[in-house]
Design a binder for this molecule. Structure first.
Ligand SMILES: Nc1nc2c(c(=O)[nH]1)N[C@H]1C(S)=C(S)[C@@H](COP(=O)(O)OP(=O)(O)OC[C@H]3O[C@@H](n4cnc5c(=O)[nH]c(N)nc54)[C@H](O)[C@@H]3O)O[C@H]1N2
Ligand SMILES: Nc1nc2c(c(=O)[nH]1)N[C@H]1C(S)=C(S)[C@@H](COP(=O)(O)OP(=O)(O)OC[C@H]3O[C@@H](n4cnc5c(=O)[nH]c(N)nc54)[C@H](O)[C@@H]3O)O[C@H]1N2
Ligand SMILES: [Mo]
Length: 905
């Protein structure tokens, strides 16, 4: 895997997930995890069986047609994804609105960007990020809010680091309740109270006006609605704002001063704003600051919403949401509906807005929506309030899952599984945050019988049309992805995102282009609104006079802790791909919840203890970790930990649903984006004294299949997690699998024996110690190396799992054992002695451990940047994707060089 040095967004840089793609797309992984052919489940709960494409497509179309004829078009719901290519998205949208005749198509972008869309439209008049990535280098103040760029947009963050290196006067303000790696590097970190953004932005506007840092001429000439907002922010005095946000007045003053400088100010923001019951207001209140200071439409300035998924922008462009139509048209607008109907060659498109993501699944849980067709998203992991999602998937009469991987939580509920080709196997286009359209090309053939999503959607559409509206079958006769794209291009004519000047050929010849790019124009537009003309009927931007509203679910006596959720550096959402690789689990290897050290103490928790996290909707058990990156009263669980990795039975005997079993379905009233970032929880030590830890090196061609085989068993425990481990495969190409579980009482041998067998910790080469009375089992799989010495290949500690860290060290080292193997069967408390846990991995690309970095740093003095450079030269860490640079810098700051000993000198 190599980046494209000529691509104007990344200049060849890749993140850890991209640079390991050749490993996660390797045959050994694909054969065990990908959905390789169409499948159908003979009955709910039964294993799915392979069928031909023709059978799968006919069956899908027939069952959709039956439900359509019995219950009408609104009984069908389609749920797609910002990871589809623009062409895929376009066909799905036309299929639902132009053929079925319902607007029940929504996407996971509802969980991601819909507040950004609503915020832009409410203020600037159109859903268009006005900035360019080049602005990162031109800004003098960078206001990063609700974004952990260092982890979630690492390539852009590298560009920002470059910018500050070139221009040391550039100031970074980071607004985040947590001290993230992004916040660590800020010149000013505003650790605001969760959900208090609107109060903060109003408070900053108050100060900007008070100190005369606003741009009266700009307000006068190019905006509307200032007076009402001005009246509102009068109340947001520094002391009141400090009270509402929990910030210091002095910090508010500094932030206002830096924001209000005459030099360009750029805001970068993401889910800390969007995923909120006041998501639209948060977005709009931030944009207010740019309008009031005239910080928009010029180089280095503007409100720049960072897009989440690779093609969330493309999805917005084709109007693939329940309230939108092609090319940024609005469903509510009869003229827009007529235009789209004409373009598609259908009499009309339905007027009633469709159900949005959360609502769609609630309607399925209530029995109103009977069919769910889910493509390129994993709602049984990523939607809030999983108990409802589960009911929806169980109650729906037909669940179609169009996926690349068979291993997702949603696939387990599918009646029909349609195998999709994935990135690198398909043709099309995507659009990034700076409105830049890139071509995506196939590098390899699709795995198994997988097909491109647009192709599958068009195939189903034609078959469905034959059954419900034969005259419309021809609407889906596309010869290629390019043909789909050309139709999409035509819908943009005369719209704000007009791309009539663009073609696949032009993209191939001249590389990625920004929209708008109208017919006859030589290139696209880098910045919008440079002339102060906004996309509103009178050309004036609108100030948003929005109230400050508290969180949907504030903490209280019953649920006293605030739970925040977000991303990890090396994982992608439900982990269908990234979770297959031990190397990507080197940074964060197991599900844990971050809790403030003071709270840990009060709850009598120590690092690694199990904690039961309970919200009004569900509970989950996971390890506790003391961390002062969260404030007292706050906790953090990465969004990735779903049922794919974290399982077990809750205290009511129900299967635990991962982090989103806890989160709540409240949404922003305007954008309908759910408040995935916050809910109220209570914490208690989880009393599961019986423990199991097993780690095994297994043949690469089997390990992931073993994991799939074991998953259903894991709900027998009170808590269990099952993950790959190991930076590299061992010398024989084996990869690691780690199982941890806990239970209130000793677990039956009938449950345990098949697990041991699956992990190959049984048979003649295994040393076993069983203490039946105390329910202790210890077992080791050893293998003789070429020199006749024993090497540890797997261990199993059940009952009492203490001592595991030492065994783990031996197992990961692949070294011959320092003592006879039977000594390792000694009781746990003796094993725990002398355990030296392995140093965590810092650089994923070059596999560099923290210990190696500490050693190297102890040998070199100098300024932080010099020491980091030294590390890069010596160990290569941080020279590929750069994701570990913030950590390297932190280490370089904190580890003092050791004076040389006489001998070294
Ligand atoms: N490694 C990795 N990168 C990714 C992804 C991934 O899965 N893994 N996913 C991609 C996608 S789809 C998306 S949408 C983006 C998301 O990118 P980000 O939004 O940057 O990532 P998150 O970690 O979800 O949330 C950002 C921060 O919001 C903070 N926050 C929580 N509540 C508040 C609040 O009330 N106010 C403010 N100001 N901040 C708050 C959280 O503490 C968190 O640090 O990442 C993209 N990039
Ligand atoms: N608590 C909490 N929950 C969250 C968030 C949070 O911050 N906190 N963030 C939310 C956000 S912003 C987002 S974007 C969502 C993401 O949530 P999801 O969309 O559920 O996440 P992914 O795991 O990316 O799901 C994409 C699926 O598509 C499959 N796939 C990959 N390529 C293809 C393809 O080409 N075609 C098809 N058909 N399938 C393919 C993958 O295997 C994967 O299962 O999660 C949301 N949920
Ligand atoms: Mo997202």
């Amino acid at each position: 895997m190599r980046g494209d040095p000529d691509h104007p967004a990344n200049f060849g840089r890749l993140c850890t997930k991209g640079s390991t793609l050749h490993l996660t797309a390797a045959d050994s992984v694909t054969q065990q995890t990908r959905l390789l052919h169409p499948m159908r489940r003979p009955a709910r709960g039964a294993a799915p069986e392979a069928v031909s494409w023709d059978t799968a497509l006919d069956d899908t179309a027939q069952r959709l047609a039956n439900l359509y004829q019995t219950h009408g078009p609104d009984a069908l719901g389609v749920y797609v994804s910002g990871q589809l290519l623009t062409e895929d998205y376009y066909v799905f949208n036309k299929l639902v609105k132009g053929l079925i005749g319902t607007n029940h198509i929504d996407t996971n972008s509802r969980l991601c960007m819909s507040s950004a869309v609503a915020g832009y439209k409410a203020t600037l008049g159109a859903d268009a990020p006005p900035c360019s990535y080049d602005d990162l280098a031109l800004a003098q103040t960078v206001f990063i809010t609700g974004s952990n760029m260092a982890w979630a947009h690492p390539i852009l963050f590298r560009r920002l680091e470059d910018a500050r290196r070139t221009n040391p006067a550039q100031k970074w303000i980071v607004v985040d309740p947590r001290r993230t790696e992004t916040a660590e590097q800020a010149d000013l970190h505003l650790a605001l109270r969760p959900g208090s953004d609107v109060a903060l932005y109003h408070g900053l506007l108050h100060l900007l006006l008070r100190d005369g840092h606003h741009d009266a001429a700009f307000i006068d000439r190019h905006t509307q609605g200032f007076a009402a907002l001005q009246a509102r922010v009068q109340g947001f005095t520094p002391s009141e704002t400090a009270r509402l946000t929990g910030l210091r007045e002095a910090d508010l003053l500094t932030a206002a001063q830096w924001f209000g400088r005459d030099t360009p100010t750029l805001s970068l923001y993401c889910q800390g704003l969007n995923q909120s019951s006041s998501g639209t207001d948060k977005n709009a209140a931030l944009i207010n600051l740019h309008l009031a200071t005239g910080q928009i439409g010029r180089p280095g300035a503007g409100p720049f919403s960072l897009t989440g998924q690779p093609n969330a922008m493309g999805g917005r462009e084709v109007g693939g949401l329940a309230n939108l139509l092609s090319a940024h048209r609005d469903l509510a607008n009869p003229v827009h509906r007529a235009e789209v109907a004409r373009l598609w060659g259908v009499p009309d498109v339905p007027a009633t807005p469709g159900r949005t993501a959360v609502d769609l699944f609630e309607a399925a849980a209530d029995g109103q929506v009977k069919a769910l067709w889910i493509a390129c998203t994993n709602p049984a992991q990523s939607l809030p309030d999983q108990a409802t999602v589960r009911r929806a998937l169980e109650r729906a009469e037909l669940v179609i899952v169009q996926e690349a991987f068979l291993t997702t939580a949603t696939a387990a509920h599918a009646d029909i599984l349609l195998p999709a080709a994935t990135w690198g196997e398909k043709e099309g286009t995507v659009t990034n945050s700076e409105r830049r359209i890139s071509r995506v090309r196939a590098a390899v053939a699709p795995a198994g019988q997988a097909r491109p999503d647009w192709h599958i959607a068009a195939d189903v559409a034609r078959r469905l049309a034959q059954r419900i509206a034969p005259e419309r079958a021809a609407l889906f006769d596309y010869a290629s992805a390019e043909a789909v794209w050309q139709e999409h291009r035509e819908t943009t004519r005369g719209r704000d995102l007009d791309i009539t000047g663009l073609s696949y050929a032009l993209l191939d010849q001249q590389g990625p282009q920004q929209w708008p790019l109208r017919e006859g124009q030589p290139h696209g537009q880098a910045r919008l609104y440079e002339d102060g003309q906004f996309a509103t009927p009178d050309g004036r931007a609108r100030f948003a006079d929005v109230p400050f509203t508290p969180l949907a679910e504030p903490t209280d006596d019953a649920y006293p802790f605030s739970l925040l959720t977000g991303r990890l550096r090396d994982q992608w959402h439900g982990m269908s791909r990234t979770g297959t690789l031990g190397r990507l689990l080197g940074h964060e290897g197991e599900p844990v919840i971050d809790i403030h050290p003071g709270d840990m103490q009060r709850l009598q928790l120590r690092d690694g203890d199990l904690v039961r996290v309970t919200s009004r909707r569900g509970e989950v058990v996971l390890g506790a970790r003391a961390s002062d990156s969260v404030q007292p009263g706050q906790t953090f669980i990465p969004m990735h930990w779903g049922r794919e990795v974290l399982r077990g039975q809750d205290s009511n005997g129900q299967p635990m649903q991962g982090v989103n079993g806890l989160t709540l379905p409240s949404t922003c009233p305007r954008s309908k984006q759910p408040e995935l970032k916050h809910c109220a929880v209570r914490l208690a030590p989880a009393r599961l004294p019986w423990r199991l830890t097993a780690m095994a090196w297994l043949p690469q061609a089997e390990a992931l299949a073993v994991r799939e085989q074991l998953k259903p068993t894991l709900d027998a425990f009170g808590w269990a997690c099952l993950l790959p481990f190991g930076r590299e495969p061992d010398a024989q190409g084996r990869v690691g699998l780690l199982l941890r579980a806990g239970a209130a009482q000793a677990v039956d041998e009938a449950v345990l024996a098949p697990i041991r067998q699956a992990l190959r910790i049984d048979g003649p080469s295994v040393l076993v110690y069983h203490d039946l009375q105390r329910h202790q089992q210890r077992a080791l799989r050893l293998q003789r190396d070429a020199n006749g010495r024993d090497v540890l290949h797997a261990f199993w500690l059940a009952g009492d799992a203490r001592g595991e860290s030492w065994l783990r060290t031996l197992l990961e080292a692949h070294d011959p054992l320092p003592m006879p193997g039977r000594h390792l069967l000694a009781p746990a408390h003796r094993l725990t002695q002398a355990s030296a846990p392995r140093s965590p991995q810092v650089c994923t690309c070059f596999n560099v451990s923290e210990e190696a970095i500490r050693t190297e740093l102890s040998r070199c003095a100098g300024r932080v940047e010099e020491r980091v450079q030294h590390l890069q030269e010596r160990l290569r860490c941080g020279t590929n994707c750069g994701s570990c640079l913030p950590t390297l810098r932190t280490l370089a700051k904190s580890i003092a060089p050791q004076p040389l000993t006489a001998m070294q000198r």
